[in-house]
Each structure stands twice: as structure tokens, then as C-alpha cells.
Design a protein around this ligand. Structure first.
Ligand code: IMP
Length: 191
């Protein structure tokens, strides 16, 4: 079965391939000839996830799924949330985003944060959503070189390593994306 993953993020693609295995022929946006940046115009992760999948389905007519995700920090009222990728500006630089996060969080004793993912699947024109979340805390030094985004400063509950100190197999056992992808996988197997 051919399924497009509507993302240009190479790290996410690697995580998705590791989780979905060989059961599907996973197509990238480049594979289907989609070279534009898919808009993320909304103020919620759910709506942006829907929009990315809708864009691919309506323009290319290919069964697909999109993921929209973000980091929600409790002491910052859920920021950066839907703005996670561009928290420090349109350059979408992970180091800048982390630096701003640590600056804004300094002075708070509550360092709780969670990653959330919403996957939207469009299959034969029908929409389905799957969610995943992982709770943890933000630390004030960047540790590790794997992963992407806020991984170097996020330690999931029950662990003492950041996501960036975990290899892809470890992160893929517990991440927000892994949980949502597990639900997607189970749904696709029942079809
Ligand atoms: P997107 O809009 O789903 O691509 O993700 C928004 C942003 O959330 C990313 O650019 C990252 O900054 C952050 N993010 C999402 N998932 C992860 C993750 O697994 N690790 C670290 N940062 C993430």
C-alpha cells in the first residue's frame, strides 16, 4: 500500500520509517513531486495537522498522513506550542528556539513540559486523527546530538537522558510521535 508522509523533515521521516516498518511503501513529498512548503496557517496543532494532509490529498489525490507537533511548557502557559518551530523567529533555528525557551523559563521552578503530536490520515478521502503525548521536563543545558528541535533539553519522565542522548530506537519506543504512529499503524492494519 502506498502512503505519502506529508513532511520534509528528514528526522521525522527516519522515525516514521523505523516505526511503520516495511508494511507500507512510504512516499515522501519529493517522491510525489510536492516541492512547495505546505502552509501551517492555524493556531492549533490539530488544525495545522489537518491542513497539511488536506493539502496533499486535494492537490495530489494520494492517500497520505501528516503530523503536526509541538512542545508545551506548563509554566509558560503552553508555549511554544503551535509556534514551536518558529518560536525565536522565521529562521526556524532549533538553537535559537532552545535559547529563547531557556531564557523565558529561567526564574520558574516548574520545568514540566510535554511533546504532543497529532497525525491526520486521509485515506480514500476520509479523515482520521491519532494523538500522542509524552511528559517530561526541560533542563538548562543542551545534552546529546541525536534527534532535532528541542530534543537536547527535554528529559522524558522516568528517564535521566534527554531525547537527544537517545538513539532513534530508544526515542521511538516512547516519543509522542511513536505513540500516535502506533495508533495509526493499528488502524491501518485493521483496514
Ligand atoms: P512540526 O510543525 O510538526 O514540524 O513541529 C514543530 C516543532 O516542534 C519542530 O520544529 C520542533 O521544534 C518541535 N518538535 C516536534 N517534535 C519534536 C521532537 O520529537 N523533538 C524535538 N522537537 C520536536
Amino acid at each position: 500500500m502506498k502512503l505519502c508522509f506529508a513532511s520534509n523533515n528528514a528526522h521525522k521521516l527516519e522515525e516514521v520509517r523505523a516505526l511503520l516498518g516495511a508494511a507500507f511503501e512510504l512516499l515522501t513529498l519529493a517522491d510525489i513531486g510536492c516541492l512547495t512548503d505546505i502552509p501551517e496557517p492555524f493556531e492549533t496543532i490539530h488544525e495545522n495537522s489537518t491542513e497539511k494532509a488536506r493539502f496533499v490529498w486535494e492537490k495530489f489525490g494520494i492517500d497520505c498522513f501528516a503530523d503536526d507537533s509541538g512542545l508545551e511548557v506548563r509554566a509558560l502557559d503552553g508555549a511554544p506550542g503551535v509556534y514551536s518551530a518558529r518560536y525565536a523567529g522565521p529562521q526556524r533555528d532549533s538553537n535559537d528556539n532552545i535559547d529563547l525557551l531557556l531564557k523565558n523559563l529561567s526564574g520558574f521552578t516548574d520545568h514540566h513540559a510535554r511533546f504532543i503530536t497529532v497525525i491526520t490520515l486521509v485515506i480514500k478521502g476520509a479523515y482520521h486523527q491519532f494523538e500522542g503525548e509524552v511528559n517530561g521536563k526541560i533542563i538548562f543545558e543542551k545534552r546529546g546530538s541525536h534527534g532535532f528541535g528541542y530534543d537536547p533539553v527535554f528529559i522524558p519522565d522516568g528517564y535521566d537522558k534527554t531525547f537527544a542522548e537517545m538513539n532513534i530506537e530508544e526515542k521511538s519506543k516512547l516519543s509522542h510521535r511513536a505513540i500516535a504512529l502506533g495508533k495509526l499503524n493499528a488502524f491501518l492494519k485493521r483496514m
